[in-house]
Design a protein around this ligand. Sequence first.
Ligand SMILES: *[C@@H]1O[C@H](CO)[C@@H](O)[C@H](O)[C@H]1NC(C)=O
Ligand SMILES: *[C@@H]1O[C@H](CO)[C@@H](O)[C@H](O)[C@H]1NC(C)=O
Ligand SMILES: *[C@@H]1O[C@H](CO)[C@@H](O)[C@H](O)[C@H]1NC(C)=O
Ligand SMILES: *[C@@H]1O[C@H](CO)[C@@H](O)[C@H](O)[C@H]1NC(C)=O
Ligand SMILES: *[C@@H]1O[C@H](CO)[C@@H](O)[C@H](O)[C@H]1NC(C)=O
Ligand SMILES: *[C@@H]1O[C@H](CO)[C@@H](O)[C@H](O)[C@H]1NC(C)=O
Length: 398
Amino acid sequence: MMVSYRLYWTLWILSCFGQYLGQDLQIPAPPNKEEGDSVVFTPDNPPDSTSIFLTQWFFGTSAIITVASGVPTVNPEYEGRASFDSSTLALTLQKLRHSDSGIYRLTLQITAGGSLTGETSLQVEKLSVNLTGPEEPLIEGESSANITSKGNGIITSVQWMKDNSPLSPSNSIIFSPDNRSVSISPVQRSDSGEYQCTYTNPFNSETATYSLIINYGPEGVSIKGQDVVDLGVRVSLSCSANSVPSASFRWMFNGTDTGVTTDTFTIDKTDFTHSGDYDCTAWNNVTNRSATQRHALLVKVGGGGGGGLTTGAIAGIVIGVLVAVSGICGLIVYLIKTKKMERKGKWAFAGDSLAETSGAALSSCLDAGSSSHLDMAWIWHVAANLGINLVDATLLMM
Ligand SMILES: *[C@@H]1O[C@H](CO)[C@@H](O)[C@H](O)[C@H]1NC(C)=O
Ligand SMILES: *[C@@H]1O[C@H](CO)[C@@H](O)[C@H](O)[C@H]1NC(C)=O
Ligand SMILES: *[C@@H]1O[C@H](CO)[C@@H](O)[C@H](O)[C@H]1NC(C)=O
Ligand SMILES: *[C@@H]1O[C@H](CO)[C@@H](O)[C@H](O)[C@H]1NC(C)=O
Ligand SMILES: *[C@@H]1O[C@H](CO)[C@@H](O)[C@H](O)[C@H]1NC(C)=O
Ligand SMILES: *[C@@H]1O[C@H](CO)[C@@H](O)[C@H](O)[C@H]1NC(C)=O
C-alpha cells in the first residue's frame, strides 16, 4: 500500500514537474573524513529554491536542519556545527566525530506538491594514533632512536609518557616542535621501557605504545665457586654477567677452549689435573661485545674443608702431631726395651719428656732407639715422612 502510494505520488510529480523528470536528488559522497574535519553535502541538481516550501536534512531518522518558508531551524544537538546554504541547499557539518558516520538524506517538499529526496553517506575515521620506532637493534651509548607518532584527525594535544610517567625533554630526549615525535640520542639503558603517546581531540583520546629495548653489556662478569677443593669432589663454577640481551658463555681452562657454553662449569669428580685457571667469557650477540673473568682453582688433599686456619692453629697442629708421634715412638721403644728387659740409661718418656718440646721428645726417642735393638731404618722412615708431610701441609695451608 505504501509502495503504491509512493509510486502514485512519484508519477504525479513527474507529470507535473517535467523539469525534474526521472531525477531524484543526486548528492555526491564526500571522501572519508577524520574527527575534527568538516564536510559539505551539496546536491548536484537542486531545484529552483523558490519552488521549495520545506527543506529537511536528516541523519538517519533525526532531522538536522529544517527550513520552512526560508526560516532554518537547527536541531539543538547540532547547534553551532550545522549550517545551511539556501541557494545550493548544501549542508555543512563541522567538528565531525566518528559517530557522525552514516547516511544523510535531503528531502524537499515542492510548493506545487510532491517531494524530492536524495541520500549520501559519510565515513568519519575514528581518532587513531600509531607509533613507529627504530627497526635496528639499539646499542647503549651508540645508537639514537626516533619514536614517531602518526594519527588522524584534528589533534588538540599530543602527550608522551614512559612507563606511565610523563616523559620530559632532556639533553638526550628531544621533542619535535609539534610534539609528534621524540628523538633520543644517544640511548642509555634507562631509556628502555614502554613509551605511550596520547592524541587528544575535543571528543576522544587515543593512546599508542611502543617498547624500546636498549642493548648493552656484558659487564661485571663474575664467577662464583670455590678456590680450593678436595680431591674427588664435585665442583661448580657459575658465571654471570650484566647484559641485554642475556650473554652467552664460553669456558677456557688454562687457555684452552673447553667447549662448555653454559653459565655453569661443572667438574663431577676433581683430580689434580683440574687445578688451573678457568676463564669465563660472556658475549652479547647484539652489541657483539665480550668480557672475560678468571677464576683459579686448586685441587689438593684436604682442600675445601678448612680454608681459614691461622698460623697459630697450624703450629699447634704441627706440635701436636710431633708430640703424638714422639709418644708412639717412645711407647714402641719402651715396649721393646721392657720386653727385652734391657733398661739401660735413665730415659723415661712418660714423665718429663712429654713436657719437653716435640723436637726434644723426638730426638730423645731416637736416642733411646739408637741404644736399643729397634730398626733404625724404620724410625728414620717414619720421621722423614712425617717431616715432609708436615712441611708440605704447613706450606699449603699458608
Ligand atoms: C631522528 O630525527 C632527527 C630529526 O628529527 C634526525 O636528525 C635523526 O637523523 C633521526 N634519527 C634516526 C635514528 O632516525
Ligand atoms: C595504525 O595501525 C593500525 C594497525 O596497524 C592501522 O589499522 C591504522 O590504520 C593505523 N592508523 C594510522 C593513523 O596510521
Ligand atoms: C609539547 O609538550 C609540552 C609538554 O610535554 C608542552 O609544554 C608543549 O606546549 C607542547 N607543544 C605543542 C606544540 O603541543
Ligand atoms: C694449568 O695451569 C696451572 C697453573 O699454570 C698448572 O699448575 C696446571 O698444571 C695446568 N694444568 C693443566 C692440566 O694444564
Ligand atoms: C642472539 O642470540 C639469540 C639466542 O641466543 C637469538 O635468538 C638472536 O637471534 C641472536 N641475535 C642476533 C642479532 O644474532
Ligand atoms: C663481531 O666482532 C667480531 C670481532 O670483534 C667481528 O669479527 C664480527 O664481524 C663482529 N660481528 C658483527 C655482526 O659485527
